[in-house]
Design a protein around this ligand. Structure first.
Ligand code: IPM
Ligand code: MG
Length: 358
């Protein structure tokens, strides 16, 4: 099979972890005899430095040409005071929108070998295995009007949280479909005691639910959900929520199982006629400029994202499973980076995963 993959390593540790993700991808392609056609492009801070814009037209073209895109991380401290449309992060938001990847899947799973790296007591982690389904192309991140206007005491910042029925319906169906292949439970998170967008959200979720009579649905307010995630994380199977709630709760979810460096994500949306998903794959962590270039970043989030790409965009279930099994073997063997209390470098951890694949 031909695998046309675009890599957008981006900024900070994005470069190092993507290199290890690609090392594993090349290894898998060679072992299972797939033809890998790999291109590399610019997105984020590096794109601003080289082209003046965080999402150059050339990158957009490459993205639309590729079967799947693997990304690193975006953001650099020198842009901290830049206006939102001149920041690296804007490139990430633009590429998500252009591809129409409205569903961001962030699996959170407890690994035996990582129990002691978790900030939670071990007994709370038994059985933790959930997918956070974050709506990715709507809500506060994209709503208008937005901006900063006025002057002095009247200077005003504005963002708009807005959702249409169809945006809510499609992400809800995605969550229910995923739940069908799991423990058949969906928890919808909102703030319907205060926000109108959440009231519509809850109503639409309730309307869709009868299409999936075999899946149990419950609702949680977002503040309670944040608390339940640390009190009793094993209760969750599929959790679905709007964009910003998902941004916040997925960082919380990631760290309870050991390290945010572990967490992969898949952003999917449109499906091709052959059933493959158009997809963007990226670790959940940020660009971590404080540790960039030191070779200590955890590459497992990026490698897990490669596994997700093999599965969702190419339907290569066996290859994806081989990567996931190898990652678990590497965790058990303790060839892990500093965030997981190990001494391996980014590169050593990546190479160990290749060796474990065999
Ligand atoms: C994430 C990140 C991004 C987001 C930032 C870098 C724009 O935090 O993917 O979770 O908020 O979506
Ligand atoms: Mg985030």
């Amino acid at each position: 099979m031909q695998l046309k993959v675009l890599a957008l390593p981006g900024d900070g540790i994005g470069v190092e972890v993507t290199a290890e993700g690609l090392r594993v991808l090349k290894h898998v392609a060679a072992k299972y005899k797939h033809e890998l056609v790999l291109t590399e492009g610019l997105l984020g801070g590096i794109a601003i430095h080289k082209t003046g814009t965080p999402f150059p037209a050339e990158t957009e073209r490459l993205t639309l040409e590729a079967d799947a895109t693997i990304m690193g991380a975006f953001g650099l401290p020198e842009f901290d005071n830049a206006p939102p449309d001149k920041r690296p992060e804007r490139g990430l938001l633009a590429i998500r929108k252009v591809l129409g990847v409205y569903a961001n899947l962030r699996p959170v799973k407890a690994y035996e070998a990582l129990l002691d790296s978790s900030p939670l007591k071990n007994h709370l982690l038994a059985g933790v295995d959930m997918i956070i389904v974050r709506e990715l192309t709507g809500g506060l991140y994209y709503g208008t009007p937005r901006g900063i206007s006025g002057t002095g005491d009247e200077e005003r910042g504005t963002n708009t949280m807005t959702y249409t029925r169809s945006e809510i319906a499609r992400i809800t169906r995605m969550a229910f479909k995923l739940a069908r292949n799991r423990r058949r439970k969906v928890t919808s998170v909102d703030k319907s005691n205060v926000l109108e967008t959440s009231q519509l959200w809850r109503r639409v979720v309730e309307e869709i639910a009868p299409e999936f009579p075999d899946v149990k649905l419950d609702h949680l307010l977002v503040d309670n959900a944040a608390m339940q995630l640390v009190l009793k994380p094993a209760q969750f199977d599929v959790i679905v929520m709007e964009n910003m709630f998902g941004d916040i709760l997925s960082d919380e979810g990631s760290v309870i199982t050991g390290s945010i460096g572990m967490l992969p994500s898949a952003s999917i949306g449109a499906q091709k006629p052959n059933g493959a998903w158009v997809g963007l794959y990226e670790p959940v962590h940020g660009s971590a400029p404080d540790i960039a270039g030191k070779g200590i970043a955890n590459p497992l989030g990026a490698i897990g994202s490669v596994a997700a790409m093999l599965e969702y965009s190419f339907g290569l279930i066996e290859e994806a499973a081989a990567v996931n099994t190898a990652m678990e073997a590497v965790l058990n063997a303790g060839v892990v980076t500093r965030d997981l209390k190990g001494t391996a470098t980014t590169e050593q951890a990546g190479k160990a995963v290749c060796e474990a694949i065999g």
